[in-house]
Design a protein around this ligand. Structure first.
Ligand code: 5GP
Ligand code: MN
Length: 344
């Protein structure tokens, strides 16, 4: 059984759960498989413990996650702000899952920071800053879903996890590790997957739900991105892809369509750093990935108002696309040696 989590945190987690009756769960903006899996997994567990639970997302989440049990009860703050605020009025406890800074919930950050009840963070990103009452934050764990399983197991609450809850948690572990291809070298991860399989999940079906439901437009956008838009800078072991709003529109872009796209350039021999630049809401949004020791968390924090993990991060820029690219390329020479030695 897991032994990395401080026992004091487990004791406090159990106390908070026992004392709460009306709970809100919030994941980060643009919630991904881990954020949604953890939120809907915890919702089901807490409901099985007879709590009233609402999941409120800052904005909508992709279709390929909408099969997860409880999806149709999720409240989208972006579209139903009034209803969401009413739920906040009633709640005694707030869980933040898969993020550690109120700002990552963007439009919800004020509501979160002014919440008067108990606040619990469960997360695996570096440098937690949100001042929650209880912070369960371990960066070495593959995903928030895996961390949540570890917490529940230590807290003796696994009986409250049924098959549909286990499906939600498996989804987060699977997606945050890119189908078990990175951050997935801890044997504990597989012991937990085994336990989820014993709960009766159909792993192949989940894989198909998430990865085999691309629209035709989504595949063609990927084709266009790789064929026409990928720039490979071998000198800096770097590659990037740009997608403008009009390109996204011409492929009928839907949330989630570019999920995973940023990983392709890392499969080019010699490339250790890549960035996907996308026009979104008048800004350019960056998705950054690396292999080895080059930290995209640090790079995104220093230059693009962002952050994340050492090998996967995000950021943004108020500049236009062309100016962002000029800025990005001008930064690379100072990292040339670090990039060349990312594996040394
Ligand atoms: P993605 O590129 O998939 O959007 O995000 C990769 C990782 O970076 C995720 O763990 C995500 O939570 C984090 N991330 C994405 N955007 C931001 C951002 O603007 N700020 C911070 N601190 N983290 C981000
Ligand atoms: Mn995560």
């Amino acid at each position: 059984m897991d032994n990395i989590i401080d026992i004091d945190l487990i004791v406090r987690f159990k106390k908070v759960v026992a004392a709460s009756a009306n709970i809100i769960i919030v994941p980060h903006t643009n919630p991904d498989g881990d954020a949604i899996g953890a939120s809907l997994g915890l919702k089901q567990i807490l409901e099985n413990l007879n709590k009233k639970v609402s999941v409120i997302v800052p904005n909508n989440f992709p279709d390929f996650l909408q099969w997860i049990e409880g999806s149709n009860e999720v409240i989208d703050f972006d579209q139903h702000k009034k209803k969401a605020l009413e739920v906040f009025e009633q709640a005694d406890t707030l869980f933040l899952l898969d993020f550690n800074d109120f700002e990552r919930s963007e439009k919800m950050s004020k509501v979160l920071s002014s919440f008067k009840g108990e606040t619990v963070m469960i997360d695996h990103h570096p440098e937690p800053v949100a001042p929650c009452n209880l912070i369960i934050s371990y960066t070495q764990v593959s995903s928030t879903c895996e961390l949540l399983f570890r917490v529940l197991e230590r807290a003796g609450l696994l009986n409250a996890l049924n098959t549909k809850g286990a499906e939600a948690l498996f989804t987060g572990i699977m997606t945050d590790t890119g189908n078990f291809s990175y951050n997935a070298s801890d044997p504990e991860t597989y012991r937990i997957v085994a336990a989820l399989l014993e709960k009766g999940i159909d792993k192949d079906q989940i894989n198909a739900n998430v990865y085999h439901t691309f629209s035709e437009d989504r595949w063609r956008l990927i084709g266009h991105s790789l064929k026409d838009k990928m720039v490979v800078l071998h000198e800096f072991n770097t590659a990037y892809i740009t997608l403008t709003k009009s390109e996204l529109d011409s492929y009928n872009f839907q949330p989630g369509d570019t999920e995973g796209l940023v990983n392709f350039p890392l499969m080019v021999k010699g490339i250790v750093f890549c960035v996907l630049f996308m026009e979104k809401d008048g800004n350019v949004k960056l998705s950054l990935r690396s292999k080895g020791r080059f930290s995209v968390n640090r790079f995104a924090r220093e230059h693009f108002s962002g952050g994340g993990h050492d090998n996967a991060a995000g950021g943004k820029s108020p500049l236009g696309m062309n100016d962002v690219i000029v800025q990005f390329e001008s930064l690379l020479p100072q990292y040339k040696i670090q990039l060349r030695n990312s594996f040394n």
